[in-house]
Design a protein around this ligand. Structure first.
Ligand SMILES: Cc1ncc(COP(=O)(O)O)c(C=O)c1O
Length: 377
């Protein structure tokens, strides 16, 4: 059996009869940039997140960039974030002329450890940028409390966490603003580049709308130097169709994740921990294996595709070598990157395929000694 990590072609086959007429509507109206479909998507996604505003953006990185600018991040400011993320999180800080200040992760959750944030705060700190990595919400109450005490702003990187809940509340409305990515492989993915900012703050939304379109507040009235970060009409149309399925897709992800967790709890691997008060939407299902390369090869030999998210923490990327942070600076993030492995988990994975993956993992890593012992008695 061949089990790819993603199967977007199969997903399209299911949606084709709805997608093609929707794209045709965009063409008929020649609403190629922003337009009705994007505006409708903004309303629907804001409803989904339970926020007052959603401002569609060209991609998630643009959302992070404009989100930080909206929070007042400028040259020489510092923004506290996690090194265990995709490079875009740190890049958005750099685009503002500010400096990313990394804080290690809680090894149990793979997300930024709030207990380590306070000691990273300096007079230049302006904001905290937690990432809900793999769809698992960061510890937002603890982060919010520190931010309030130090008068810092909070931008959520919700690129991987559409619909995730922290203590019953959806991500996207837990900080001052949030940035989402709708990159095609995301839980809610467009058919090209796409992203959004969500917020309950009218001023942030107003700024983001102007910033995404060259700083315009009215046609050819440029209040400030902005960007071309507008979303295409086609993407709005696709996202509306897929958003309607996101509830079922997420439920399916969670169902597969429960089955994996149950089976893997008996094997010689570790997994990030889920807080029972929260809802992780399993953008990635990751395991930690000390002999990762051997596991990758054994799974590949069985036809199971895996990906490493991410092989190197951002502070050890050549692009951030100027920060001068050597290996050993953030031991938990570094250890996670050395051992982490993402397995196939997607809404269109069948029960049979999930069972196949489980068996392949069991063969590759073996059962825990206590399970083997129990079996022997
Ligand atoms: C955690 C995280 N932040 C930011 C981004 C950037 O989003 P985009 O690729 O849409 O620019 C991504 C996704 O690629 C991501 O996974």
């Amino acid at each position: 059996m061949k089990i790819p990590i993603l199967d977007l072609k199969a997903e399209y086959a299911e949606l084709r009869d709805e997608i093609l007429p929707a794209l045709d509507r965009v063409c008929q109206k020649a609403a190629f940039i922003l337009g009705e479909e994007v505006e409708a998507f903004e309303r629907e996604f804001a409803d989904f997140c339970g926020t007052k505003h959603c401002v569609a953006m060209a991609n998630g990185t643009a959302g992070l960039h404009v989100g930080l600018l909206a929070l007042g991040v400028q040259a020489d400011h510092e923004v506290i974030t996690t090194p265990n993320t995709f490079a875009a999180t740190a890049e958005a800080i750099t685009y503002c002329g500010a400096v990313p200040v990394f804080v290690d992760i809680n090894p149990a959750t793979a997300n930024i450890d709030p207990k380590l944030i306070e000691r990273a705060i300096t007079p230049r700190t302006r904001a905290i940028l937690p990432v809900h990595l793999y769809g698992r919400p960061a510890d937002m109450d603890a982060i919010r409390e520190i931010a309030d005490r130090h008068k810092l702003r909070v931008l959520e990187d919700a690129a991987q966490a559409h619909g995730a809940r922290y203590r019953g509340r959806r991500v996207g409305g837990l900080g001052d603003a949030a940035a989402f990515s709708f990159y095609p492989t995301k839980n809610l993915g467009a058919y090209g580049e796409a992203g959004a900012i969500t917020t309950n703050d009218d001023q942030i939304a107003k700024f983001a709308r102007a910033a995404r379109s060259h700083g315009q507040t009215a046609r050819y009235e440029h209040e400030f130097v902005g960007y071309n970060y507008r979303l295409e009409g086609f993407q709005g149309a696709v996202l509306r169709i897929k958003l309607r399925r996101l509830y079922n897709w997420t439920a399916r992800r969670e169902e597969i994740a429960r089955a994996y967790r149950e089976a893997f709890s008996k094997m010689r691997i570790e997994m990030p921990v889920d807080d029972p008060r929260d809802e992780c939407v399993y953008h990635q299902f990751v395991i930690y294996a000390s002999n990762r390369n051997a596991v990758i090869s054994q799974l590949a030999a069985q036809g199971v595709e895996t990906v490493v998210h991410y092989p190197r923490p951002v502070h050890l990327q050549p692009s951030y070598s100027s920060l001068g942070l050597p290996p050993g600076t953030f031991p938990h993030a570094e250890r996670a990157c050395e051992r982490v492995l993402s397995l196939p988990l997607r809404p269109n994975l069948t029960a049979e395929e999930a069972a196949y993956v489980t068996n392949a993992v069991r063969e590759a890593v073996g059962e825990k000694p206590e399970i083997q012992a129990k079996r022997a008695t």
